[in-house]
Each structure stands twice: as structure tokens, then as C-alpha cells.
Design a protein. Structure first.
Length: 71
């Protein structure tokens, strides 16, 4: 793994962690900013949707449902 790949991986982990935190805290504006022009893998999206459903915030659920899935 090159240094650039390691940096990208660390960025991805940090970004996903920020997404989880925003969903768990019900931070709609923050989540919207983090999701801008993003795609997700199906497993990531499913987990975040499950987390959002636990919080019962329909706006956050809608934001996550609108995110395109990458294969």
C-alpha cells in the first residue's frame, strides 16, 4: 500500500465515522454536507439507515435513502 492509498483509507474511515456520528446525533445539516456528491457501498448505507431508523428521524432516513449506491 502506498502512502497515498493509506491517506485515502484514513480519510474514508474518518469520513464514515463522521457520518455515523451525524446520524446518531440527529445532525441533519452536518449529514447533508457530508453526503454531498458521495456514493456508498450497500453495506455502509444499510448500516447508516438502520442507525437512522433507531433514531426515528425521517429527514435523516430520507437523506440516506437518496444516496446512490456503488457496486
Amino acid at each position: 500500500m502506498t502512502s497515498a492509498q493509506a491517506d485515502q483509507n484514513n480519510h474514508s474511515i474518518a469520513h464514515y465515522s463522521a457520518l455515523k456520528t451525524a446520524v446518531a446525533n440527529g445532525e441533519e445539516a452536518r449529514l447533508k454536507a457530508l453526503l454531498a456528491n458521495q456514493t456508498m457501498q450497500p453495506l455502509e448505507k444499510g448500516y447508516l439507515l438502520d442507525l437512522a431508523r433507531l433514531g426515528k428521524n425521517q429527514n435523516i432516513i430520507s437523506l440516506l435513502e437518496a444516496v446512490p449506491v456503488r457496486e
